[in-house]
Design a protein around this ligand. Structure first.
Ligand code: DAH
Length: 330
């Protein structure tokens, strides 16, 4: 009996070690199947005298375990081969690689939301170039050269020659879109202009040299501060919540008269949200709009700041880093 068992193992070893995976099933049946020599031998063990029964039982089980191991090795070898790409075998039951799904950036999400909201108020979307002419970014907005107000918009110049009319810069705000639109469209006008803006300044938690603004412009007959206040208040409530109050605080911008800052009562304090005002007569004229017939209001709001207030985000730089743990939360 012992002799028989050892012969089975020897044979199995020789055959399985040099076999291919395609022979796996046939070998498994041959060596472990119910009709295999091993199974037949094991069945006979129960008829042996007690001591031999115990010894042969042990030996038989050890040999069975070893054959199982040999067959498992054969399987592993096949898997390794498949991984190396050297085998044509493909296991369609293996789980696939699930790709990470992307999503819209929080800035894109809030801009889309605001576009949708303003569409409901009859506003359309206008765009302007990021590399802008000096005259649209400054002069036509009533900020002439050497005007001290220019210092408030630290500027990346692209092209700058003293006295040239074609100087270009990276727009420091979205306000030049107001002029571009007025010049190319007749009043009445209702537009928003979301887009990227640039300032030549050091970056920190609350300042980016690249950031987004959303500009608004409404021109019609008899537009007053009441219209300005109503539209801005409704927009802020839409973004921050119906219970959020707003107030207009007197301020100064060269292109509006009067000018205001909008504050929102949020999280237990007044927070500054944007600049706004009634478009000055001079700017209306520059845009080809008759200030005796029409009046209008405008506003300009920082997008990142708004999202930061809404969600309590402490650092503007998060928006521009590929930090998926941050971005996935929106
Ligand atoms: N352009 C201004 C800025 O970037 C913001 C602003 C203020 C826009 C008043 C306006 C406005 O349209 O009326 O600081």
């Amino acid at each position: 009996m012992e002799e028989k068992l050892r012969t089975i193992l020897k044979e199995a070893r020789a055959e399985i070690v040099s076999a291919n995976f395609s022979d796996y099933e046939q070998l498994r049946i041959k060596y472990l199947g119910r009709k295999s020599a091993l199974a037949r031998s094991l069945r006979k063990i129960k008829d042996l005298p007690e001591k031999a029964r115990r010894d042969m039982g042990e030996l038989g089980n050890r040999i069975k375990r070893e054959i199982i191991q040999l067959l498992n090795d054969l399987k592993d070898k096949a898997k390794d081969k498949a991984r190396d790409g050297r085998s044509a075998s493909f296991d369609p039951t293996c789980p696939g690689i699930v790709p990470d799904l992307g999503r819209l950036h929080p800035i894109t999400q809030i801009i889309d939301d605001l576009i949708e909201y303003f569409r409901g108020l009859g506003f359309s979307v206008a765009e302007g170039p990021e590399v802008e002419l000096e005259k649209y970014n400054f002069d036509l907005l009533n900020i002439p050269d050497n005007h001290p107000a220019r210092d408030e918009w630290d500027t990346f110049w692209v092209n700058r020659k003293e006295g040239s009319k074609n100087n270009t810069l990276l727009r420091t705000h979205t306000s030049p879109v107001q002029l571009r639109y007025m010049k190319s469209h007749k009043a009445p006008i209702r537009i928003i202009a979301p887009g990227r803006t640039f300032r030549y300044e050091a970056e920190d938690a609350t300042h980016g040299s690249v950031f987004y603004q959303l500009e608004g412009l409404m021109i019609d007959k008899n537009i007053t501060v009441a219209n300005l206040k109503a539209v801005i208040d409704a927009m802020v409530k839409h973004i921050l919540g119906e219970d959020v109050e707003t107030r207009l605080r007197p301020s100064y911008f060269p292109f509006t008269e009067p000018s205001y800052e909008v504050d929102a009562w949020f999280g237990g304090k007044w927070l500054e949200l944007m600049g706004c005002g009634m478009v000055s007569r001079k700017v209306l004229k520059n845009g080809g709009v008759d200030p005796d017939e029409y009046s209008g209001f405008a506003f300009g709001m920082g997008i990142e700041r708004l999202i930061m207030l809404k969600y309590g985000i402490k650092d503007i730089r998060y928006f521009y880093q590929p930090n998926f743990d941050f971005l996935k939360q929106f």
